[in-house]
Design a protein around this ligand. Structure first.
Ligand code: URA
Length: 209
């Protein structure tokens, strides 16, 4: 099994519980996705490369460390990835952004690509692909297949929830990509939903149902 990081910080778990509740309004669902994603980014970006710069404090010059946010690319799997993207951008506003548009064929659950745009020079960049639900794994596997064609310096995958089926798909096709999630739920149902889960993340973020 590839690396799976379960971010079990109490703040993340508390907000995840609020997010799962069917009473959560569109407004609070969207805010919670942003807050959880921002909190998770501390763990996801723990090993970000840093470099030293010279600065002046009010008292004296010193050498201090900074990240190079421009080297980081968040790739959002449309449309539900946008919720996580906003939260992560609130922490690293200078990150570059790519998009992969995929929809799930409702009969076959296969991922069909309708949009693809990435920043240039991916071989010099660290890529974090985001999608709230790693369910069948079809979208994540398809997005990773495409992004890998551009040879990124490093790759990570971030979701809020997954299940054994999603982890098995990632382990089969992309065992080299570390996964960050707030929880691993019990299973997938016959419609490809994670149970107990939180329902359709896209519909809940955008209020489309
Ligand atoms: N996508 C969702 O939005 N929810 C699930 O449970 C599975 C896939």
């Amino acid at each position: 099994m590839g690396e799976v990081h379960i971010v079990d910080h109490p703040l993340v778990q508390h907000k995840l519980t609020l997010l799962r509740r069917k009473e959560a309004s569109t407004k609070s669902f969207r805010e919670l996705v942003g807050e959880i994603s921002a909190l998770m980014s501390y763990e996801v970006l723990r090993d970000m490369p840093m470099h030293e710069i010279e600065i002046d404090t009010p008292l004296e010059p010193m050498t201090s460390r900074v990240i190079d946010g421009k080297k980081l690319v968040f790739v959002s799997i449309l449309r539900a990835g946008s919720g996580i993207l906003d939260g992560m951008l609130s922490v690293v506003p200078s990150a570059r952004v790519g998009h992969v548009g995929l929809y799930r064929d409702p009969k076959t659950l296969v991922a069909v690509e309708y949009y693809f745009k990435l920043p240039e020079d991916l071989e010099e960049r660290d890529v974090v692909i985001v999608d709230p639900m790693l369910a069948t794994g079809n979208s994540a596997v398809a997005a990773l297949d495409r992004v890998k064609e551009f040879g990124p310096r490093s790759l990570k995958f971030v979701c809020l929830l997954t299940c054994p089926e999603g982890l098995a798909a990632m382990d089969r096709f992309h065992p080299d990509v570390p996964i960050y999630t707030a929880a691993v739920d019990r299973r997938l149902d016959d419609h490809g939903y994670i149970v107990p889960g939180l329902g359709d993340a896209g519909d809940r973020i955008f209020g489309t149902k």
